[in-house]
Design a protein around this ligand. Structure first.
Ligand SMILES: Cc1cc2nc3c(=O)[nH]c(=O)nc-3n(C[C@H](O)[C@H](O)[C@H](O)COP(=O)(O)OP(=O)(O)OC[C@H]3O[C@@H](n4cnc5c(N)ncnc54)[C@H](O)[C@@H]3O)c2cc1C
Length: 475
């Protein structure tokens, strides 16, 4: 058996690799094992997020949005272009090159921090031994004082929709299409479905989205969702709510989907079908008998608020454990665990985790929705500011959406901030910081925001909570 390490991390996604780096920064001897294999056969660190999620989706969202803006907004700026076209192969080349740069960056970060990165499958055995199977099948054993499980998640599949990897696919395949499908079906109008639907719709697909739930984005503030629905409709996303898929099958060169809604049973014919109905924790072949690590009823690794599993000296983080399946949530858990292992302070504030949907306009929020605050019974006040009144948004030709601040009536504490509009994902950082420090709307009101910036919308929304907005009518 090999030497005893301080920490072994299984999984080098956005939860695992920061855990490994922070543990190394804490002067611990660390190895991080990952088995990710790309469609071209190459191995890479970075997990779902860098290889098949956050980063490639944002690359394509950016390319397709620029194309859309060039078509629809440049004329208003007085910019004249000849005919506008696009090249999917070049978009995909750019996407792949960004992914390669970012995943290569993790290899470099491991090296500079002294983390031993290992490509291969890791399986936890009793006694904190980890059996590593290399891509060529060679087996070795490692042992560590502490083990961090960061095995992530995988797309949920529907039994009635058999994937063939070509016409019926998951989100990963849908990021690697080499041509624009004329008719695209998307099962699931959640965050991933909406982002993928937006990419291909902007490039010309007729997109039909089938969502089983009666409401769109039930976890988001409903004022914001109503506004979003207008924009999705304008883009041409045909979102069918309350539409339960009964079955789907490849038929000739396309796919036939049967679904039912309140009006009965329907058939939809598309050229490609993407299944984006959520993700489930991935723990396949991760745990040998007798480790003492338990899973909950939904397959998540059971952990406490500090990510300790039911086995001593074994921790679990990221998508494999409870909580929102978001890269930044996993990253903070990884950092917390690596600090706790080193005897330092570590905590994740689960109440203040931002969510972003990278549609156009973007949607972002932190804290409670108005519906949640109302249900809590705590008296509250709401301030809102439309980007139509923002000079910067006007100058950008992106004067759509609003910022909304919800605060407690008694002590003025900010309870939630919701933004739909240009760069909402960037703007929400201010609200996250404010809520992390338990700020009041008065704190935001008294904070100077540069003019003209989009961030003034948050400032004005905070003022509007007390009917003191300057640049908009107070209601
Ligand atoms: C299309 C799409 C878009 C997304 N966009 C965003 C976004 O914009 N923002 C955001 O916050 N989140 C986004 N997400 C979610 C985000 O990707 C996940 O929340 C994040 O990747 C979870 O990180 P993780 O490290 O827990 O798991 P993962 O990223 O899934 O990484 C786990 C890693 O562990 C490896 N592994 C698993 N088991 C073993 C084993 N036994 N041995 C060795 N290696 C193993 C896997 O190969 C993988 O590399 C998106 C997801 C998708 C699919």
């Amino acid at each position: 058996m090999s030497e005893l390490l301080d920490v072994i991390v299984i999984g080098a996604g956005p939860a695992g690799y920061p855990a490994a780096i922070r543990a190394a920064q804490n002067k611990l001897k660390v190895a991080c094992i990952d088995e990710w294999k790309n469609t071209d056969g190459s191995y890479a660190f970075g997990g779902t997020c860098l290889n098949a999620g956050c980063i490639p989706s944002k690359a394509l969202l950016e390319s397709s949005e620029l194309y859309q803006r060039a078509k629809e907004e440049f004329a208003a700026h007085g910019i004249k272009l000849g005919s506008i076209g696009f090249d999917v192969a070049q978009m995909q080349k750019r996407r792949a090159s960004i992914v390669k740069t970012m995943t290569g960056g993790i290899t470099a970060l491991f090296k500079s921090n002294g983390v031993t990165g290992i490509q291969g499958h890791g399986r936890l055995l009793p006694g904190n031994e980890v059996r590593v199977t290399a891509p060529d099948g060679t087996e070795t054993s490692l042992r560590a004082k502490e083990v961090i499980l960061a095995s992530g998640s995988t797309p949920v599949r529907l039994g009635v929709v058999p994937h063939d990897g070509k016409l019926i696919v998951d989100s990963w395949n849908a990021l690697e299409f080499d041509a624009v499908p004329r008719r695209l079906g998307v099962i699931g109008a959640g965050v991933i479905g909406l982002e993928l639907g937006s990419v291909w719709r902007r490039l010309g697909s007729e997109v039909t989205m089938l969502e089983a739930m009666p409401d769109l984005l039930p976890m988001a503030d409903q004022t914001i969702v109503k506004e979003a629905q207008r924009h999705f409709k304008k883009l041409g996303l045909d979102i069918k709510l309350g539409a339960k898929v009964l079955r789907a099958a490849v038929k000739g060169s396309g796919v036939e989907v049967a679904y039912a809604d309140g009006a009965g049973e329907h058939t939809l014919e598309v050229d490609k079908l993407v299944v984006a109905v959520g993700r489930r924790p991935f723990t396949q072949d991760l745990l040998a008998e007798g480790t003492g690590v338990e899973l909950d009823a939904r397959g998540f690794i059971e952990v406490d608020e500090h990510c300790r599993t039911t086995a001593a000296h074994v921790w679990a983080i990221g998508d494999a454990v409870r909580g929102p399946m978001l890269a930044h949530k996993g990253k903070e858990e990884g950092i917390m665990v690596a600090d706790l292992i080193a005897g330092r302070y570590g905590e994740v504030n689960y109440k203040v985790i931002p969510s972003v949907i990278y549609t156009a306009p973007e949607i972002a929020w932190v804290g409670q929705t108005e519906e949640q605050v109302k249900a809590s019974g705590r008296p509250y006040k709401v301030g809102a500011f439309p980007f139509a009144a923002s000079g910067r948004a006007r100058a950008m030709e992106m004067a759509q959406g609003m910022a909304k601040v919800i605060a407690a009536k008694d002590d003025d504490e900010v309870l939630g901030v919701h933004v739909i509009g240009p760069m909402a994902g960037e703007l929400i950082a201010e609200a996250v910081l404010a809520m992390e420090y338990s700020a009041s709307t008065e704190d935001i009101q008294r904070t100077i925001h540069a003019h003209p910036t989009l961030s003034e919308a948050i400032h004005e929304a905070a003022l509007s909570a007390d009917k003191r907005a300057i640049d908009a009518i107070n209601r």
